[in-house]
Design a protein around this ligand. Structure first.
Ligand SMILES: CC(C)(COP(=O)(O)OP(=O)(O)OC[C@H]1O[C@@H](n2cnc3c(N)ncnc32)[C@H](O)[C@@H]1OP(=O)(O)O)[C@@H](O)C(=O)NCCC(=O)NCCS
Length: 173
């Protein structure tokens, strides 16, 4: 797979446009990555300053490749970032990867993320030729667990990184 970085894969669904991350998203990235509710089950350091967020964005943009896809979720017609979704941790000759996602709290409970994840799974399967997608989630993260189960991800009975709080889900195409 040779990804043409000039042509970032913009994805569209009924309500959403998934576009490339840009430096102009720094305020929304800061809000998302410093939100206590969103970070509750995520194993990451919260963004502390707008500069951190800008650095995070630069790092993503520089590292976008055939092993990192990072989409900004927007409502079609509104360019504002409401969430993000990414494919990363490619392995197995690029046939396997992991999906990660987060959505602003005021946009949750409307089926927005499942709509976005469905589209990314379709892209992964049909365009990238991915055969297996993993998703890691905290055992108490009910919203994420529900979403994965609705998409037919199966919970694996394996220990992850010696952390009994983390559950691995897998979808095979
Ligand atoms: C995980 C997360 C993205 C789930 O968001 P969400 O909005 O609950 O997810 P969905 O898109 O699947 O929406 C499902 C809800 O929308 C409701 N809904 C409303 N309209 C809908 C529609 N048209 N289609 C589908 N569901 C719809 C569903 O009934 C469901 O509500 P319920 O949970 O009360 O049953 C969100 O909780 C989040 O960002 N969490 C913080 C980050 C995180 O934990 N990420 C996961 C790391 S692995």
């Amino acid at each position: 797979m040779n990804r043409d970085l000039q042509n970032f894969p913009i994805l569209r669904t009924e309500r959403l446009t998934l576009r490339k991350l840009s430096k102009k998203d720094y305020q929304e990235i800061f809000q998302l990555r410093s939100d206590k509710e969103i970070n509750k089950f995520l194993d990451r350091k919260p963004s502390k300053t707008l500069e951190h967020s800008l650095k995070f964005i630069s790092n993503i943009i520089e590292n976008e490749s055939d092993t990192l896809f990072y989409w900004v979720i927007t409502k079609t017609g509104e360019d504002k970032l409401i969430g993000t979704i990414c494919l990363f941790e490619f392995s197995g000759n690029l046939k396997k990867c992991e999906v990660g996602y987060e959505l602003r709290t005021d946009n949750q409970g409307q089926g927005i993320m499942i709509e976005a994840v469905r589209e990314v799974l379709e892209y992964a399967m049909t365009t990238l030729g991915i055969k297996t997608i993993n998703a890691r989630t905290h055992k108490d993260n009910q919203s994420s667990t529900k979403l994965l189960e609705k998409l037919n991800f199966k919970k694996l009975d394996v220990a992850i990184e010696n952390n009994s709080n983390v559950v691995l889900f897998r979808l095979n195409f």
